[in-house]
Design a protein. Structure first.
Length: 606
């Protein structure tokens, strides 16, 4: 195996073509493969995904937020190494459709997407590669999207033949994994050949014989007691030359890179959960478990046993596991004023109802960086019911009216339609105020109440002059520059509500916000939220209550969370080290919340 092949082997790739797409007319797809979409073809329990598209016929454009569009023609392959949210379109004017809504799977052959229309027809194989590697330097160094141009070369024909074989023939998992690895290697090789000679960085190291050889040794012999002398001797250069070249191209010394790579291997083994900490320590080259514990804590901030436990708590069941275990049912019911309300239920156990809040969608929330982990956790031990607020998601976008009182009434409608006599309530953001009002008015129907980042009143009721000034400026901006795909306001919204958000959340929101709600309804909710006031209802809540609040939340200040907890008799208050308005699944505060949440509801902590 060559140098690149050695490094690719450390990704532990699995893969397979999942969608056969045929598209006509004017079309635009918002695409980001998820474990849920891959589940029928490959068991992916905790993987990162690499997406690709192979053009069989026709042509189209592909675009990742912040980058110019790329034109793809027959024979071309597009690769998204970090599975960034991307658009595929025939022309720039077409509104985006979500691929998850178009996938057809009859169990016979690959899943299909069919968009009928006149004019040029485009055919694609869309697929994925799964890797359990966490933050692999090769994937980190690649651009968000790259193209392997088709043609008459032997390489192009080989790749095309491999893709057809993966799609059209029944292959063993081992064959699929190997073919996927070779296919990815060919695409990356083509990209490396086009890099300017003067370019520096991790990828350029693969073109330098000495540094590439050192990387191969580090990646494949991580359990050995390597030193710079050994690496330099086997790479055929002096220690000084290797150290200088390695640091210039990779960005750190050979020994520091080797230490971090060893810890990445250990982290992957811990995530798999097949070996205890002592066995993992010896398998990655440590002579004592204590030394391994110290090294792992330096890299990840926690001892290995604690790190693994927190990972297990944070992800007890991912969305794929939840949907495989339970079948979700989406139902529509009618509110008192005739508005159609959509709600979903999944799981078994005592009913847990998530009170609706804005910018949700019953189908897309599974894939959302904001809500996917919440769904998984809530369905873990409960019959979990969640609804889209009127004006959002699958509920009525043009209801007769939108007000705080209709939201409280809608919650009662959903609970009644689901046949629930008594339940636990989960209220997040302004959903917490709705939960408080319902619990105060229906004490016999609420057993326990969980409030996350709640406030007793809206900002116009608080009447703080400085807050009013800056929030009015946001409302004015929203009227001028609607929160649409790629908008400045879209990024501002995410930044304000999720300061720790990565590009994945920003791009997911900007691509899908038009599928979640209309600009008019977003504006209405901003206004309704500014006027809410549940200070009287807080004192009337009799249900056992847990109030959790992010310490640095800029939209619901920690002092407001404390006021909510003080106003509810006997409420328990938990401060979380977070600045996010809704906790994200990859932040340290999430497993802390999960432990408190499970303890409060009477579930096992692990």
């Amino acid at each position: 195996m060559d140098v690149l092949g050695d490094i690719l082997a450390s990704l532990n790739l699995t893969g397979g073509v999942v969608i056969d797409a045929e598209l006509g007319g004017d079309w635009c797809l918002a695409s980001q493969f998820t474990p849920r979409e891959c589940a029928p073809y490959l068991t992916i329990t905790d993987s990162n995904l690499i997406a690709y598209h192979y053009v069989r016929e026709g042509h189209f454009f592909a675009e990742v937020a912040g980058l110019p569009p790329i034109e793809a023609k027959k024979g071309d392959i597009l690769l998204m190494p970090r599975n960034d949210l991307h658009l595929l379109y025939s022309g720039p004017s077409s509104p985006p459709l979500n691929t998850s809504e178009l996938i057809q799977n009859d169990g016979k052959g690959p899943a299909k997407i069919r968009v009928a229309g006149p004019g040029t027809q485009t055919s694609l194989y869309c697929g994925f590669l799964g890797t359990v590697a966490e933050q692999h330097p090769l994937l980190d160094a690649l651009p968000p999207i790259l193209k392997l141009a088709g043609g008459e070369s032997a390489r192009s024909e080989w790749v095309q033949s491999g893709l057809r074989l993966l799609n059209e023939e029944e292959q063993s998992p081992q064959s699929v994994s190997r073919l996927s690895e070779l296919f990815l290697a060919e695409t990356i090789r083509a990209y490396l050949e086009e890099l300017p000679e003067e370019q520096r960085g991790w990828l350029s190291a693969l073109r330098d014989p000495a540094v590439a050889r050192a990387l191969t040794i580090i990646h494949s012999r991580y359990a050995e007691d390597l030193d710079v002398e050994t690496l330099a001797r086997e790479a055929g250069v002096s220690r000084t030359i290797l150290g200088e070249k390695f640091s210039e191209m990779v960005g750190e010394s050979p020994m520091r890179y080797a230490a971090r790579w060893r810890m990445r291997i250990a982290a992957n083994l811990l995530r798999e959960g097949k070996e205890n900490t002592a066995n993992i320590a010896y398998s990655v080259g440590f002579n004592s478990e204590a030394a391994f514990n110290r090294a792992f804590k330096r890299e990840y901030g926690e001892p290995p046993a604690t790190w693994r436990r927190l990972k297990e708590i944070a992800s007890p069941l991912n969305p794929v596991d939840v949907r495989a275990r339970f079948q979700e049912r989406i139902t529509h019911c009618t509110a008192a004023d005739g508005a159609r309300l959509a709600y979903a239920e999944i799981g078994e156990g005592f009913p847990l109802v998530k009170v609706p809040n804005w910018v949700t969608h019953l189908e897309h929330d599974w894939d959302s960086p904001v809500y996917g982990h919440w769904i998984s956790e809530c369905a873990r031990n409960n019959r979990f019911i969640r609804a889209d607020m009127r004006g959002f998601g699958l509920s009525d976008w043009t209801p007769p009216q939108m007000s705080f009182e209709t939201f409280v009434s809608d919650l009662e409608t959903v609970i009644n339609d689901a046949g629930i006599d008594q339940c636990d309530l989960l209220g997040i953001s302004h959903g917490a105020a709705i939960a408080v009002a319902y619990a105060a008015r229906n004490p016999e129907r609420v057993r326990k109440l969980v409030l996350v980042n709640s406030v007793p009143e809206g900002w116009k009721v608080r009447a703080d002059p400085e807050e009013i000034a800056w929030r009015n400026s946001l409302l004015a901006l929203n009227q001028q520059e609607h929160a649409r795909r790629r908008s400045v306001l879209g990024e501002m919204f995410i930044t304000l509500y999720f300061p720790s958000a990565g590009r994945d959340l920003i791009e997911w929101h900007n691509a899908k916000v038009q599928l979640l709600a209309s600009d008019e309804n977003i504006q209405k909710m901003l206004e309704i939220g500014s006027h809410l006031d549940v200070r009287r209802e807080l004192e009337q809540v009799s249900a056992e209550t847990l109030v959790c609040h992010s310490q640095q939340d800029g939209q619901a200040l920690i002092r407001d969370g404390r006021r909510v907890a003080r106003a509810i008799r006997g409420a328990r208050f938990v401060e979380l080290e977070s600045a996010n308005h809704v906790l994200l699944g990859d932040e340290p505060a999430w497993p802390i919340f999960v432990a408190e949440f499970r303890r409060f509801l009477g579930h096992r902590s692990e």
